[in-house]
Design a binder for this molecule. Structure first.
Ligand code: 5RP
Length: 241
C-alpha cells in the first residue's frame, strides 16, 4: 500500500464514523483532503452534515464537493473534527501545522467534542519533536519575538534552529490569519506541556503546533492495515452556550 493509499484508508475509516446531522470540523492537509473528498461523496448520496473548515484551502475543496459549510460564529460547538497530524505520540499529543493551518485547526478542535486524527504510520513517534515545531507569530516585532522564543524554549529544555517559513518561490509564508510561521527544529521535546506554556507566554506568539489534550483518538493506516489509538467514541467537554 502506498502512503497515499494509507492516508485514504484512514480517511475512509473516519468518514464511516460520520452520522446524519453532525457538525464537523474539517481538517487541512493531504490526509484531511481525502476525508473531505470522501465526505463529499456521502453528502451527494444524501448525508446531511454541516462542516466548519480549518483553512481557506479546505473551504474551497469542501465548497467544490458540495458540503454545506458554516463557521464557529453560527455553529460554535462541533460534534467531531477529523484532521491530520505531523506527529502523534503515545498520549495522543500532536505536532500540527506543517500545512500552516495550526491556529484555525486548534480553535476548531477545541470547539469539538471529539477530535479524531487520521494519518499514515510514519506520523507515530515515541517522543515529539523530530518534525520541526511550527510556531505562529505576528509580523510586528519578529526579531524580538524570535529571541524571546529561543529563550523560552531553552527554559523548557529545547534548543534548535528557528527558521521563518518561506514558500517555494522564497516569499514569506503567510497564514490565513495574516501571521508568519517560525519552524523550530528542537529535536526531542522532553516536556511538551512545559514548552507549550513557555511559548504561549511570549508576546508575539499567537499559538504553536503542539496539540495537547485535544485529540480523542487516532486512526493510523500502515501497509499491514488500520490501527486505532484511544477511543473513537470518546468525547471531551467543550465550552457550552
Ligand atoms: O497540521 C496540518 C496542517 O496545518 C496537517 O494536518 C499536517 O501537516 C499533516 O498533513 P498531511 O496530512 O499532509 O501529512
Amino acid at each position: 500500500m502506498s502512503v497515499e493509499d494509507a492516508k485514504r484508508e484512514a480517511a475512509a475509516r473516519a468518514v464511516a464514523l460520520v452520522e446524519d446531522g453532525m457538525r464537523l470540523g474539517l481538517g487541512t492537509g493531504s490526509t484531511a483532503k481525502h476525508f473531505v473528498a470522501l465526505l463529499g461523496e456521502r453528502v451527494r448520496g444524501g448525508l446531511s452534515v454541516i462542516g466548519v473548515p480549518t483553512s481557506e484551502r479546505t473551504r474551497a475543496q469542501a465548497e467544490a464537493e458540495g458540503i454545506p459549510l458554516s463557521d464557529l460564529d453560527a455553529t460554535p460547538q462541533l460534534d467531531l473534527t477529523v484532521d491530520g497530524a505531523d506527529e502523534i505520540d503515545e498520549d495522543l499529543r500532536l505536532i500540527k501545522g506543517g500545512g500552516g493551518a495550526l491556529l484555525r485547526e486548534k480553535i476548531v478542535a477545541a470547539a469539538s467534542a471529539r477530535m479524531i486524527v487520521i494519518a499514515d504510520d510514519s506520523k507515530r513517534v515515541a517522543v515529539l519533536g523530530r518534525f520541526p515545531l511550527p510556531i505562529e507569530v505576528v509580523p510586528f516585532g519578529l526579531g524580538a519575538t524570535k529571541l524571546a522564543v529561543r529563550d523560552a524554549a531553552a527554559g523548557a529544555g529545547c534548543r534548535g534552529d528557528l527558521r521563518l517559513r518561506r514558500q517555494a518561490d522564497s516569499s514569506l509564508f503567510v497564514t490565513d490569519g495574516g501571521h508568519y510561521i517560525v519552524d523550530a527544529a528542537f529535536g526531542a521535546i522532553p516536556d511538551p506541556e512545559d514548552l507549550s506554556r513557555a511559548l504561549l507566554a511570549v508576546p508575539g506568539v499567537v499559538d504553536h503546533g503542539l496539540f495537547i489534550g485535544l485529540a480523542t483518538a487516532a486512526i493510523v493506516a500502515s501497509p499491514h492495515g488500520i490501527s486505532t489509538y484511544g477511543d473513537l467514541t470518546k468525547t471531551r467537554m467543550v465550552p457550552r452556550s
